[in-house]
Design a binder for this molecule. Sequence first.
Ligand code: CTP
Ligand code: MG
Length: 236
Amino acid sequence: MTDSGDRDFSVAVVVVAAGRGERLGADRPKALVELADEPLVVRAVRGVQAAAVASQVVVVAPHELAASFRQLFDESVEVVAGGDDRLASVQAGLAAITQPVDAVLVHDSARPLTPPEVFQRVVDALRAGALAVVPVVPLVDTVKQVDPAGVVERTVERSALVAAQTPQAGTFAVITDAYRRLGNGDAQAFTDDASVMEAANVQVETVAGDRRSLKITTPFDLLVAEAILAEGNPND
Ligand code: CTP
Ligand code: MG
């Protein structure tokens, strides 16, 4: 048992950490890349624990590294082996939820600096009755639609567009049912959990995300994360 904020509303958090990190191009899987001397997955799990919302935490590790990932955490964190794409890894994490919970949050280990308030806003929305929730931030750049040659076809109206972060969540029934419906070959079509639930015709609500909850994708993002840490760790 880890900290549970509310005995009447129980939450499991699945931290997906089984990716290769090809765009980061490091000498190891992305979850083990260090930010200020600590692996991203350790920081991401600490962020989950700082939010104190979870009764169960499951880390989904690269298949061949599950045993070494287990050494990174105490026994309150479960570690399971992931799959070849994010969808398969989330499914492995969902399958490892053994306690009855009201809701499941899925968080990217590639987001090591998500402040506790983001987790709490997601859980508050679920507790208030949302079936599915995604934290979002406004787009800052003007968005263009271009043709295959890169020529602008039109400017997309930005006010209705937002960028989706994690943790993304559903009630236990909603998210497990939505993932159960997926077929083979769906991996490319769905890059996040909200889109899986959208495809199951679930209404997905939004809460405010946070710019500090950036996803480490390229080496530039690591520089930004170091700068954020220099201002004070949002998870302390
Ligand atoms: N993920 C996962 N299992 C996979 C692929 C991705 O658990 N087979 C996780 C990653 O570990 C990451 C999150 O999903 O926390 C978001 O994926 P992304 O940022 O694309 O990470 P990678 O797939 O590792 O990076 P890349 O696409 O550059 O290889
Ligand atoms: Mg990827």
